[in-house]
Design a protein. Structure first.
Length: 122
């Protein structure tokens, strides 16, 4: 069984040549395993990869904390955003109202907004 080697990630971007071949190292993208021959020449450009995860849009610091509980508010809850209407429904409504819409492809936002406005006023 082989031992796991650390993964290193580039801390700078470099364009050059290595072993007679073009070399492109991209900051934050190019990775190598510890012990790779490339590190003999360009080792100063790499550091150990530190995985970072986001939980609910907040960076995970890795500490064992209790999950945050949102504050309780007496304010009424905001209405749920309206779901996007089905394209076939918008096209049918547009045709009934003399609005030209192509039979395929994206429906212009202005037409969708008109459709939604007409159906929320009801």
């Amino acid at each position: 069984m082989s031992e796991e080697k650390a993964i290193l990630v580039a801390t700078s971007s470099v364009v050059g040549e290595y072993d007679g071949q073009p070399l492109y190292i991209h900051k934050g993208v190019t990775t190598v395993r510890d012990g790779h021959p490339l590190l003999n020449t360009f080792g100063a450009l790499f550091e150990p990869l530190k995985p970072m995860f986001e939980v609910d849009g907040e960076p995970d610091t890795g500490s064992e904390q209790e999950p945050a509980v949102p504050p309780v508010s007496d304010a009424p809850a905001a209405p749920a955003p309206a779901a996007d209407p089905a394209p076939k429904d918008v096209r049918a409504w547009a045709a009934e109202h003399g609005i030209e819409v192509s039979p395929k492809g994206k429906i212009p936002d202005a037409v969708v907004e008109q459709y939604q406005a007409a159906h929320t006023e009801a």
